[in-house]
Design a protein around this ligand. Structure first.
Ligand code: UT7
Length: 333
Protein backbone atom coordinates (compact mmCIF):
# COMPACT_ATOMS: atom_id res chain seq x y z
CA UNK A 1 0.00 0.00 0.00
CA UNK A 2 1.34 3.43 -0.98
CA UNK A 3 1.85 6.14 1.58
CA UNK A 4 -0.96 8.59 2.32
CA UNK A 5 -0.81 11.71 0.19
CA UNK A 6 -3.08 14.73 0.08
CA UNK A 7 -4.88 15.30 -3.20
CA UNK A 8 -6.98 18.26 -4.30
CA UNK A 9 -10.50 16.93 -4.91
CA UNK A 10 -12.27 20.22 -5.59
CA UNK A 11 -11.68 23.90 -6.18
CA UNK A 12 -13.78 27.02 -6.10
CA UNK A 13 -13.12 30.75 -6.14
CA UNK A 14 -14.99 33.99 -5.79
CA UNK A 15 -14.32 37.58 -6.82
CA UNK A 16 -16.35 40.69 -5.99
CA UNK A 17 -18.41 42.26 -8.77
CA UNK A 18 -16.86 45.72 -8.90
CA UNK A 19 -14.22 46.12 -11.64
CA UNK A 20 -11.61 48.81 -11.04
CA UNK A 21 -10.28 49.54 -14.53
CA UNK A 22 -7.05 51.20 -15.64
CA UNK A 23 -9.16 54.04 -16.99
CA UNK A 24 -10.70 54.68 -13.58
CA UNK A 25 -7.26 54.49 -11.90
CA UNK A 26 -5.87 56.96 -14.42
CA UNK A 27 -8.43 59.47 -13.14
CA UNK A 28 -7.30 58.89 -9.53
CA UNK A 29 -3.48 58.99 -9.99
CA UNK A 30 -0.98 59.90 -12.70
CA UNK A 31 -0.94 56.58 -14.60
CA UNK A 32 -2.14 55.09 -17.86
CA UNK A 33 -3.47 51.87 -19.33
CA UNK A 34 -0.34 51.74 -21.51
CA UNK A 35 2.08 51.94 -18.55
CA UNK A 36 0.20 49.35 -16.49
CA UNK A 37 -0.17 46.90 -19.39
CA UNK A 38 3.47 47.24 -20.45
CA UNK A 39 5.07 47.09 -17.00
CA UNK A 40 2.69 44.76 -15.15
CA UNK A 41 0.02 43.30 -17.48
CA UNK A 42 -3.15 44.24 -15.59
CA UNK A 43 -6.37 45.58 -17.18
CA UNK A 44 -8.69 45.50 -14.20
CA UNK A 45 -9.04 44.20 -10.65
CA UNK A 46 -12.07 43.31 -8.53
CA UNK A 47 -12.81 45.38 -5.42
CA UNK A 48 -15.08 44.45 -2.53
CA UNK A 49 -17.44 47.35 -1.88
CA UNK A 50 -19.67 47.62 1.17
CA UNK A 51 -19.42 48.82 4.72
CA UNK A 52 -18.10 46.32 7.23
CA UNK A 53 -17.20 43.62 4.71
CA UNK A 54 -13.82 41.95 5.05
CA UNK A 55 -11.69 39.07 3.81
CA UNK A 56 -13.96 36.51 5.51
CA UNK A 57 -16.88 37.69 3.36
CA UNK A 58 -14.90 36.99 0.18
CA UNK A 59 -13.63 33.67 1.52
CA UNK A 60 -17.09 32.65 2.69
CA UNK A 61 -18.33 32.61 -0.92
CA UNK A 62 -15.35 30.55 -2.06
CA UNK A 63 -15.61 28.00 0.75
CA UNK A 64 -19.41 27.71 0.63
CA UNK A 65 -19.22 27.15 -3.15
CA UNK A 66 -16.46 24.56 -2.68
CA UNK A 67 -18.49 22.56 -0.15
CA UNK A 68 -21.59 22.63 -2.36
CA UNK A 69 -19.65 21.69 -5.48
CA UNK A 70 -17.92 18.74 -3.82
CA UNK A 71 -21.00 17.56 -1.94
CA UNK A 72 -19.24 18.09 1.37
CA UNK A 73 -21.24 18.79 4.49
CA UNK A 74 -19.69 21.49 6.73
CA UNK A 75 -19.78 18.91 9.55
CA UNK A 76 -17.33 16.68 7.67
CA UNK A 77 -14.55 19.27 7.52
CA UNK A 78 -11.71 18.46 9.95
CA UNK A 79 -9.50 21.51 9.44
CA UNK A 80 -9.64 24.87 7.67
CA UNK A 81 -6.55 26.97 7.02
CA UNK A 82 -6.89 30.52 5.73
CA UNK A 83 -3.86 32.10 4.07
CA UNK A 84 -4.20 35.86 4.29
CA UNK A 85 -2.37 39.08 5.14
CA UNK A 86 -5.58 41.07 5.36
CA UNK A 87 -7.42 39.37 8.24
CA UNK A 88 -10.82 40.78 9.22
CA UNK A 89 -9.25 41.84 12.51
CA UNK A 90 -6.01 41.21 14.44
CA UNK A 91 -7.79 38.45 16.34
CA UNK A 92 -9.60 36.10 16.24
CA UNK A 93 -8.33 34.32 13.15
CA UNK A 94 -10.25 34.98 9.94
CA UNK A 95 -10.29 31.18 9.50
CA UNK A 96 -12.52 30.95 12.59
CA UNK A 97 -14.87 33.61 11.22
CA UNK A 98 -15.12 31.81 7.86
CA UNK A 99 -15.82 28.51 9.63
CA UNK A 100 -18.58 30.15 11.63
CA UNK A 101 -20.13 31.78 8.56
CA UNK A 102 -20.26 28.55 6.52
CA UNK A 103 -21.29 26.35 9.47
CA UNK A 104 -18.08 24.35 9.93
CA UNK A 105 -18.35 23.18 13.54
CA UNK A 106 -16.20 20.06 13.93
CA UNK A 107 -12.92 21.50 12.71
CA UNK A 108 -10.13 23.56 14.13
CA UNK A 109 -8.94 26.41 12.02
CA UNK A 110 -6.18 28.99 11.87
CA UNK A 111 -4.66 31.69 9.69
CA UNK A 112 -1.31 31.50 8.00
CA UNK A 113 0.48 34.65 6.91
CA UNK A 114 3.06 34.28 4.18
CA UNK A 115 1.86 37.01 1.81
CA UNK A 116 1.96 35.92 -1.83
CA UNK A 117 3.35 32.49 -0.91
CA UNK A 118 0.59 32.03 1.66
CA UNK A 119 -1.52 29.64 -0.39
CA UNK A 120 1.45 27.35 -1.12
CA UNK A 121 2.62 27.31 2.52
CA UNK A 122 -0.96 26.61 3.67
CA UNK A 123 -1.46 23.90 1.05
CA UNK A 124 1.62 22.02 2.21
CA UNK A 125 0.76 22.54 5.90
CA UNK A 126 -2.68 21.07 5.23
CA UNK A 127 -1.14 18.21 3.24
CA UNK A 128 1.04 17.33 6.21
CA UNK A 129 -2.07 17.00 8.41
CA UNK A 130 -3.79 14.86 5.77
CA UNK A 131 -0.78 12.56 5.45
CA UNK A 132 -1.11 11.61 9.15
CA UNK A 133 -4.29 9.73 8.19
CA UNK A 134 -6.32 11.53 10.86
CA UNK A 135 -7.68 14.32 8.65
CA UNK A 136 -10.09 13.27 5.91
CA UNK A 137 -11.37 16.60 4.62
CA UNK A 138 -9.31 19.75 4.87
CA UNK A 139 -10.12 23.13 3.35
CA UNK A 140 -7.38 25.56 2.34
CA UNK A 141 -8.53 29.03 1.38
CA UNK A 142 -6.31 31.83 0.09
CA UNK A 143 -8.14 35.12 0.55
CA UNK A 144 -7.18 38.77 0.57
CA UNK A 145 -9.02 42.04 0.52
CA UNK A 146 -5.97 43.92 -0.75
CA UNK A 147 -8.06 47.04 -1.37
CA UNK A 148 -8.16 47.46 2.43
CA UNK A 149 -4.38 48.05 2.57
CA UNK A 150 -3.88 49.77 -0.79
CA UNK A 151 -3.16 53.50 -0.91
CA UNK A 152 -5.19 54.84 -3.82
CA UNK A 153 -3.10 58.01 -3.87
CA UNK A 154 0.14 56.07 -4.52
CA UNK A 155 0.52 55.22 -8.21
CA UNK A 156 3.44 52.86 -7.56
CA UNK A 157 1.21 50.36 -5.71
CA UNK A 158 -2.46 51.14 -6.33
CA UNK A 159 -2.52 49.68 -9.83
CA UNK A 160 -1.25 46.31 -8.67
CA UNK A 161 -3.72 44.76 -6.26
CA UNK A 162 -7.22 43.26 -6.21
CA UNK A 163 -9.56 41.31 -3.94
CA UNK A 164 -10.36 37.59 -4.31
CA UNK A 165 -10.53 34.20 -2.60
CA UNK A 166 -9.86 30.68 -3.82
CA UNK A 167 -10.39 27.46 -1.89
CA UNK A 168 -9.44 23.81 -2.36
CA UNK A 169 -10.57 20.62 -0.67
CA UNK A 170 -7.79 18.20 0.24
CA UNK A 171 -8.44 14.52 0.93
CA UNK A 172 -6.18 11.52 1.53
CA UNK A 173 -5.29 9.08 -1.21
CA UNK A 174 -3.00 6.09 -1.48
CA UNK A 175 -2.87 6.48 -5.24
CA UNK A 176 0.00 8.15 -7.02
CA UNK A 177 -1.70 11.57 -7.22
CA UNK A 178 -1.71 14.73 -5.18
CA UNK A 179 1.02 16.79 -3.62
CA UNK A 180 4.32 15.14 -4.47
CA UNK A 181 6.96 17.63 -3.36
CA UNK A 182 7.58 21.19 -2.21
CA UNK A 183 10.49 23.59 -1.73
CA UNK A 184 9.98 26.67 0.43
CA UNK A 185 12.26 29.56 1.38
CA UNK A 186 12.10 32.71 3.49
CA UNK A 187 14.47 35.64 3.89
CA UNK A 188 13.19 37.98 6.57
CA UNK A 189 15.74 40.65 5.66
CA UNK A 190 13.63 41.29 2.56
CA UNK A 191 10.97 42.89 4.76
CA UNK A 192 12.55 46.29 4.25
CA UNK A 193 11.41 46.28 0.62
CA UNK A 194 7.81 45.18 1.16
CA UNK A 195 5.78 45.67 4.31
CA UNK A 196 3.10 47.66 6.09
CA UNK A 197 4.76 50.21 8.36
CA UNK A 198 2.18 50.55 11.14
CA UNK A 199 -0.71 48.75 12.77
CA UNK A 200 1.24 45.90 14.31
CA UNK A 201 2.72 45.58 17.81
CA UNK A 202 5.93 47.40 16.85
CA UNK A 203 4.04 50.49 15.76
CA UNK A 204 0.43 50.39 16.91
CA UNK A 205 -2.12 52.57 15.14
CA UNK A 206 -2.21 56.22 16.15
CA UNK A 207 -3.37 59.49 14.66
CA UNK A 208 0.20 60.00 13.46
CA UNK A 209 0.40 56.65 11.65
CA UNK A 210 -2.92 57.30 9.94
CA UNK A 211 -1.88 60.82 8.92
CA UNK A 212 1.41 59.44 7.56
CA UNK A 213 -0.53 56.84 5.50
CA UNK A 214 1.38 54.00 7.13
CA UNK A 215 -1.45 51.44 7.08
CA UNK A 216 -0.93 50.59 3.44
CA UNK A 217 1.38 48.36 1.42
CA UNK A 218 4.84 49.87 1.18
CA UNK A 219 6.86 48.43 -1.70
CA UNK A 220 10.16 49.24 -3.33
CA UNK A 221 9.02 47.73 -6.60
CA UNK A 222 12.30 47.45 -8.49
CA UNK A 223 14.11 45.76 -5.60
CA UNK A 224 11.26 43.28 -5.10
CA UNK A 225 11.19 42.65 -8.84
CA UNK A 226 14.88 41.71 -8.91
CA UNK A 227 14.47 39.15 -6.11
CA UNK A 228 11.16 37.83 -7.46
CA UNK A 229 12.24 37.27 -11.03
CA UNK A 230 15.32 35.26 -10.02
CA UNK A 231 13.95 33.34 -7.05
CA UNK A 232 10.59 32.30 -8.46
CA UNK A 233 12.28 30.90 -11.55
CA UNK A 234 15.07 29.26 -9.53
CA UNK A 235 12.70 27.50 -7.14
CA UNK A 236 10.49 26.28 -10.00
CA UNK A 237 13.50 24.85 -11.84
CA UNK A 238 14.88 23.36 -8.59
CA UNK A 239 11.72 21.30 -8.03
CA UNK A 240 11.76 20.12 -11.65
CA UNK A 241 15.34 18.92 -11.31
CA UNK A 242 14.73 17.23 -7.95
CA UNK A 243 11.79 15.30 -9.42
CA UNK A 244 13.55 14.57 -12.72
CA UNK A 245 10.86 16.47 -14.63
CA UNK A 246 11.60 17.75 -18.10
CA UNK A 247 9.65 20.66 -19.55
CA UNK A 248 7.66 18.28 -21.76
CA UNK A 249 6.52 16.34 -18.65
CA UNK A 250 4.86 19.42 -17.16
CA UNK A 251 1.25 20.09 -18.14
CA UNK A 252 0.94 23.46 -16.39
CA UNK A 253 2.87 26.11 -14.52
CA UNK A 254 0.58 27.85 -12.01
CA UNK A 255 2.47 31.01 -11.08
CA UNK A 256 1.66 33.71 -8.55
CA UNK A 257 0.24 36.64 -10.52
CA UNK A 258 2.24 39.74 -9.51
CA UNK A 259 3.73 40.82 -12.82
CA UNK A 260 3.44 39.31 -16.30
CA UNK A 261 7.17 39.86 -16.82
CA UNK A 262 7.99 37.71 -13.75
CA UNK A 263 5.60 35.00 -14.96
CA UNK A 264 7.11 35.00 -18.48
CA UNK A 265 10.64 34.82 -17.12
CA UNK A 266 9.73 31.83 -14.92
CA UNK A 267 8.09 30.01 -17.84
CA UNK A 268 11.12 30.65 -20.05
CA UNK A 269 13.58 29.36 -17.42
CA UNK A 270 11.48 26.19 -17.15
CA UNK A 271 11.50 25.77 -20.92
CA UNK A 272 7.70 25.89 -21.12
CA UNK A 273 5.70 27.07 -24.08
CA UNK A 274 3.37 29.97 -23.20
CA UNK A 275 0.20 27.87 -23.59
CA UNK A 276 1.27 25.77 -20.59
CA UNK A 277 1.25 28.77 -18.25
CA UNK A 278 -1.88 29.75 -16.35
CA UNK A 279 -2.33 33.51 -16.56
CA UNK A 280 -5.23 35.67 -15.43
CA UNK A 281 -3.41 38.72 -14.01
CA UNK A 282 -5.03 40.87 -16.71
CA UNK A 283 -8.47 40.40 -15.15
CA UNK A 284 -7.73 40.33 -11.42
CA UNK A 285 -4.29 41.85 -10.68
CA UNK A 286 -2.32 40.62 -7.69
CA UNK A 287 -4.75 39.11 -5.19
CA UNK A 288 -1.88 37.92 -2.92
CA UNK A 289 -2.88 34.58 -1.30
CA UNK A 290 -5.71 34.05 -3.80
CA UNK A 291 -3.83 34.19 -7.13
CA UNK A 292 -2.92 30.51 -7.41
CA UNK A 293 -6.30 28.96 -6.46
CA UNK A 294 -8.03 31.60 -8.61
CA UNK A 295 -5.95 30.43 -11.59
CA UNK A 296 -6.59 26.75 -10.86
CA UNK A 297 -10.33 27.45 -10.66
CA UNK A 298 -10.40 29.29 -13.98
CA UNK A 299 -8.43 26.53 -15.72
CA UNK A 300 -10.14 23.63 -13.92
CA UNK A 301 -11.95 22.40 -17.04
CA UNK A 302 -8.62 22.02 -18.86
CA UNK A 303 -7.04 19.87 -16.13
CA UNK A 304 -6.88 16.10 -16.49
CA UNK A 305 -6.20 13.40 -13.94
CA UNK A 306 -2.48 12.80 -13.76
CA UNK A 307 -1.47 16.21 -15.16
CA UNK A 308 1.80 17.33 -13.60
CA UNK A 309 1.58 20.86 -12.25
CA UNK A 310 4.24 23.17 -10.83
CA UNK A 311 2.90 25.90 -8.55
CA UNK A 312 5.31 28.76 -7.83
CA UNK A 313 5.16 31.97 -5.84
CA UNK A 314 7.26 34.85 -4.54
CA UNK A 315 6.13 37.52 -2.13
CA UNK A 316 6.45 39.63 0.97
CA UNK A 317 8.72 38.38 3.70
CA UNK A 318 10.46 37.55 1.49
CA UNK A 319 8.78 34.20 1.02
CA UNK A 320 9.00 31.99 -2.02
CA UNK A 321 8.48 28.41 -3.04
CA UNK A 322 7.23 25.78 -5.43
CA UNK A 323 4.92 22.79 -5.17
CA UNK A 324 4.82 19.83 -7.52
CA UNK A 325 1.49 18.04 -7.69
CA UNK A 326 -0.29 15.49 -9.84
CA UNK A 327 -3.85 16.60 -10.54
CA UNK A 328 -6.38 14.15 -9.10
CA UNK A 329 -9.50 14.29 -11.30
CA UNK A 330 -10.79 14.76 -14.84
CA UNK A 331 -13.06 17.68 -15.66
CA UNK A 332 -16.73 17.14 -14.90
CA UNK A 333 -18.65 17.38 -18.18
O1 UT7 B 1 3.42 39.98 -5.07
C1 UT7 B 1 4.32 40.47 -4.13
C2 UT7 B 1 5.65 40.64 -4.74
N1 UT7 B 1 5.67 41.81 -5.56
C3 UT7 B 1 6.16 41.76 -6.78
O2 UT7 B 1 6.56 40.74 -7.26
C4 UT7 B 1 6.24 43.08 -7.53
C5 UT7 B 1 7.61 43.24 -8.14
N2 UT7 B 1 7.78 44.53 -8.76
C6 UT7 B 1 7.13 44.88 -9.90
O3 UT7 B 1 6.33 44.14 -10.42
C7 UT7 B 1 7.53 46.18 -10.56
O4 UT7 B 1 8.70 46.68 -9.97
C8 UT7 B 1 6.43 47.27 -10.50
C9 UT7 B 1 5.27 46.87 -11.38
C10 UT7 B 1 5.97 47.46 -9.08
C11 UT7 B 1 6.99 48.58 -11.02
O5 UT7 B 1 7.51 48.41 -12.35
P1 UT7 B 1 8.97 48.87 -12.71
O6 UT7 B 1 9.17 48.55 -14.14
O7 UT7 B 1 9.93 48.24 -11.73
O8 UT7 B 1 8.87 50.40 -12.54
P2 UT7 B 1 9.79 51.35 -11.61
O9 UT7 B 1 9.40 51.22 -10.19
O10 UT7 B 1 11.22 51.16 -12.00
O11 UT7 B 1 9.34 52.77 -12.13
C12 UT7 B 1 9.64 53.21 -13.48
C13 UT7 B 1 9.02 54.57 -13.68
C14 UT7 B 1 9.29 55.57 -12.55
O12 UT7 B 1 9.41 56.84 -13.12
P3 UT7 B 1 10.86 57.49 -13.36
O13 UT7 B 1 11.52 57.53 -12.02
O14 UT7 B 1 11.54 56.58 -14.34
O15 UT7 B 1 10.53 58.84 -13.92
C15 UT7 B 1 8.03 55.50 -11.73
O16 UT7 B 1 7.81 56.69 -11.00
O17 UT7 B 1 7.58 54.44 -13.74
C16 UT7 B 1 7.00 55.33 -12.79
N3 UT7 B 1 5.76 54.71 -12.30
C17 UT7 B 1 4.59 54.84 -12.94
N4 UT7 B 1 4.25 55.49 -14.05
C18 UT7 B 1 2.96 55.42 -14.44
C19 UT7 B 1 5.60 53.93 -11.22
N5 UT7 B 1 4.32 53.53 -11.14
C20 UT7 B 1 3.68 54.09 -12.19
C21 UT7 B 1 2.34 54.05 -12.63
N6 UT7 B 1 2.03 54.72 -13.76
N7 UT7 B 1 1.39 53.36 -12.00
Amino acid sequence: MGKIRAVITGIHAWVPEYRLTNLELSKMVDTSDEWIMQRVGIKERRILKGEGLGTSDIAEHAVRGLLEKTGTSPDEVDLLICATITPDMAFPATANIISDKVGIKNAFSFDLGAACSGFLFALQTAAAYVSTGKFKKVVVVGADKMSSITDYTDRTTCTLFGDAAGAVLLEPTREDYGIMDYIFHVDGSGRKYLHMKAGGSAKPPSHETVDAREHFVYQEGQSVFKFAVVNMADVAVEIMVRNKLKSEDIAWLVPHQANLRIIDATGRRMGLSPEKIMINIENYGNTTAATIPLCLWEYEKKLKKGDKLILAAFGGGFTWGSVYLKWGYDPVT
